[in-house]
Design a protein around this ligand. Sequence first.
Ligand SMILES: CC(C)(COP(=O)(O)OP(=O)(O)OC[C@H]1O[C@@H](n2cnc3c(N)ncnc32)[C@H](O)[C@@H]1OP(=O)(O)O)[C@@H](O)C(=O)NCCC(=O)NCCS
Length: 172
Amino acid sequence: MREYFMKTERTGFSRWTEGDLELARLLWGDPETTRYICASGVFTEEDIVARLEKEIENGKCYGVQYWPIFELSTGKLIGCCGLRPYDLDDNIYEIGFHLRGAFQGKGYAAEAASAVISLAKTTLRVKSLFAGHNPKNIVSAKVLAKLGFSYTGDEFYAPTGLYHPSYLLATQ
Ligand SMILES: CC(C)(COP(=O)(O)OP(=O)(O)OC[C@H]1O[C@@H](n2cnc3c(N)ncnc32)[C@H](O)[C@@H]1OP(=O)(O)O)[C@@H](O)C(=O)NCCC(=O)NCCS
């Protein structure tokens, strides 16, 4: 069982480490997870390795990751939810959530993201949070609305080659 640095009612947050490639494959190797987050809709093995390395690097450099989250009742990997730098000069971080197919549709993204927003407000003292989503991903739009994000315009997102509806949430 992993140690959790933060918990919600149903989820526990851990940190990606070098030994997590199997877990990373469970998540980013699931096309239900990746279908809206890259142009092809699937991550190759190289994409998965690179993504895990990036999360570990963001942890070391900035103290944030799209942290792996686990179901407290079973210990199973739900997905990831967390932060990455967006505009460091203006103290803005991007929030994101990637859930495995089996854990979608259960309200986990909003539950986990609420805890990340609280962390950003209190401990990390981030000025605002940015978020964006694939225009086809209407469920993600619903989650962001529920979390209180305001639409700011469409922004080009290189990994999908699409203009993503984009949002901000003031956290100070
Ligand atoms: C998109 C995602 C984050 C949504 O999180 P989730 O926890 O599965 O979402 P929820 O179960 O809270 O559902 C959110 C809302 O969408 C609704 N919904 C769910 N599936 C739906 C569908 N197929 N069509 C329309 N509405 C749907 C839910 O009823 C809920 O509405 P409510 O808030 O009015 O009750 C999650 O499914 C996911 O990680 N997908 C893969 C990765 C991804 O695309 N991440 C987003 C990158 S921007």
